[in-house]
Design a protein around this ligand. Structure first.
Ligand code: GDP
Length: 311
C-alpha cells in the first residue's frame, strides 16, 4: 500500500469510522474520501455505484452500519436486517465492479452462535442458533462476510472481515435507549452523581460476561489488515479482557466518582451469557490490543465530559 492511495471510509462519523480516520491520518494516509449520510445514502444502490464510478477508490473500509445496543437490536429488527443487508451488498459489489484492491468489512462478535464454546474461534461461525435479541443484525453481518468470501473465491478480490468484540470509546452513541452498555452506564452513573441520587439502575442480572475493546485498538487492526495480499478472510479482534456487567458497572462508578448503590433490573434482557473472542489468528499476524479497560474508560469519560454532557 502507498501512502497516497485513495481510501474510502464508509461510516466516518461513527464510533468505528471516526477512529479509523484518526488512525489512517496518524499513519500518514491522507488521501481519504468520505461522505455523510445526507450526501450519500448507502441503501441507494444507484447512488453508491455512481459514487464509486466518480471516486475510484483504491481501498475501502466498510464501517457504515445500522448499529445499536440490545434494546435497539431487539426493537428495530426489520430496520437492522434490511439496512445492513442493503449497505453491505451495495458497497461490496460496487467495490468489486470498480476494481477496488482491498476492502475491510466490519462484522461483530454477535454473529457467533449464542451457546458457542468460549473463547469463540473463526471456525465456530454457522455452527449453531444465534442469540435472538440480535439475530436480524447478525444474519445481515453473516451475509456480508459470505459476500466477501464468495467474491474473493470467484473474482480474486482481497476482501477481509474483521470481527470486533464489544467496542467503546470517544464518538460513541450515549443515547440511553439505543446505546451499548458502556456509553449507557457511563451516562447513567454520571447523571446519578450530578443529581446526588442514591442508586443507579443496571439492566439485567449483572451476570453476563463481555469482552471490551477500545475502538482505537480496533482502528489499528483495520489499518494493519488493509492492503495485506494474503487471503485473510475472517479475523477476530478482541482484547482478551473479560468482565461481568456487574464488575463493569462498579468500574464505571469508580471512573465517574459515584459512590451510590448499583440496582439490577431483571425485567430487562441479559442477552448472550458470554462473548469472548479467540483473537489468536490476528495476534499471530502481529496485532495486539494496547489499551486496558480502566485506562480506556477514563479516556472515554474525559471525552464524554467534554463533548457529550447533557446535564
Ligand atoms: P450486547 O453485548 O449485544 O448484549 O449489547 P449491550 O452492550 O447493549 O448489552 C450488554 C449487556 O449489558 C446486556 O446484558 C445488557 O442487559 C447489559 N446492560 C446493563 N445495563 C445496560 C444499559 O443501560 N444499556 C445497555 N445497552 N445494556 C445494559
Amino acid at each position: 500500500m502507498n501512502s497516497d492511495d485513495k481510501i474510502y471510509v464508509a461510516g466516518h462519523r461513527g464510533l468505528v469510522g471516526s477512529a479509523i480516520v484518526r488512525a489512517l491520518l496518524t499513519q500518514g494516509f491522507t488521501h481519504l474520501v468520505y461522505r455523510t449520510h445526507a450526501e450519500l445514502d448507502l441503501t441507494n444502490q444507484q447512488a453508491v455505484r455512481q459514487f464509486f464510478a466518480d471516486q475510484k477508490p483504491d481501498h475501502v473500509i466498510l464501517a457504515a452500519a445500522r448499529v445499536g445496543g440490545i434494546h435497539a437490536n431487539n426493537h428495530y429488527r426489520g430496520d437492522f436486517i434490511y439496512q445492513n443487508l442493503a449497505i453491505e451488498t451495495h458497497v461490496i459489489d460496487a467495490a468489486y465492479r470498480q476494481g477496488v484492491k482491498h476492502l475491510v468489512f466490519l462484522g461483530s462478535s454477535c454473529i457467533y452462535p449464542r451457546d458457542c464454546p468460549q473463547p469463540m474461534r473463526e471456525e465456530h461461525l454457522l455452527t449453531g442458533p444465534l442469540e435472538s435479541t440480535n439475530e436480524p443484525y447478525a444474519i445481515a453481518k453473516i451475509a456480508g462476510i459470505k459476500l466477501c468470501e464468495a467474491y474473493n473465491a470467484q473474482h480474486g478480490t482481497h476482501f477481509v472481515t474483521l470481527m470486533p468484540t464489544n467496542l467503546y470509546g470517544s464518538h460513541d452513541n450515549f443515547d440511553l435507549e439505543t446505546s451499548h452498555v458502556i456509553p449507557a452506564l457511563m451516562r447513567k452513573v454520571h447523571e446519578a452523581k450530578i443529581a446526588g441520587a442514591g442508586e443507579v439502575v443496571v439492566w439485567g442480572s449483572g451476570a453476563p460476561r463481555r469482552e471490551f475493546l477500545h475502538v482505537d485498538d480496533l482502528a489499528e487492526a483495520v489499518v494493519f489488515t488493509l492492503g495485506k495480499e494474503e487471503s485473510l478472510e475472517l479475523l477476530n479482534v478482541g482484547s482478551g479482557q473479560e468482565v461481568t456487567i456487574a464488575e463493569l458497572a462498579e468500574a464505571l462508578c469508580r471512573v465517574v466518582g459515584f459512590s451510590g448503590r448499583i440496582k439490577f433490573d431483571p425485567s430487562k434482557p441479559d442477552g448472550t451469557p458470554r462473548k469472548l473472542l479467540d483473537s489468536g489468528r490476528i495476534r499471530k499476524l502481529g496485532w495486539h490490543a494496547k489499551i486496558g479497560l480502566k485506562e480506556g474508560l477514563h479516556e472515554t469519560y474525559r471525552w464524554f465530559s467534554k463533548y457529550a454532557i447533557t446535564t
